[in-house]
Design a protein around this ligand. Structure first.
Ligand code: FES
Length: 156
């Protein structure tokens, strides 16, 4: 089947086929591999619906929380004009959630992810920390799929 992609984003077509989203789960920049595995074990099941793609501005981000107490799992999705990525909402410095206000994960000019606890900055495209107390570490990526304009959790 033929894919229809415009400006880096799939367009709806009669085929309505699956579109793979770029998720680099083999990067060496995850930081602690055990921490990554622990986070991913708490992630929602593959196929869990997050939101419509159009619910997130370009650029923009949206947070999601699943469960509570010890089973609570926080994550967020970042959308740019080229791509859509998801990360565990836990800073690799002190493991706090990144945002102070709902869905405010990006810097003022929206070109980096900001941890508001101590000001660490992360690349949108790979979650790598470029500045701050956890420079050189990375946010833990979550695999996602986009199909028919809906964002879902993908198999790990
Ligand atoms: S907890 Fe994020 S920079 Fe310290």
């Amino acid at each position: 089947m033929e894919k229809s992609v415009q400006n880096g984003w799939p367009q709806k077509s009669a085929h309505r086929e699956e579109v793979a989203v770029h998720v680099n789960t083999t990067s060496k920049n995850f930081g602690d591999e055990r921490r990554r595995e622990r986070w991913l074990s708490k992630a929602p099941q593959a196929g869990t619906q997050l939101c419509a793609l159009d619910d997130i501005d370009i650029p923009g981000a949206k947070g999601f929380t699943f469960g509570d107490g010890r089973d609570r799992f926080d994550m967020f999705v970042v959308r740019t004009d080229k791509d859509c990525r998801a990360y565990v909402n836990a800073c690799p410095h002190a493991f706090t959630t990144l945002e102070t206000f709902t869905d405010r994960f990006l810097t003022r000019n929206k070109d980096q992810i900001l941890c508001t606890t101590h000001g660490a900055l992360f690349n949108l495209e790979d979650g790598f920390c470029t500045s701050g107390p956890c420079a050189g570490k990375s946010l833990v990526p979550i695999p996602i799929d986009i199909r028919d304009g809906e964002i879902t959790i993908a198999p790990t």
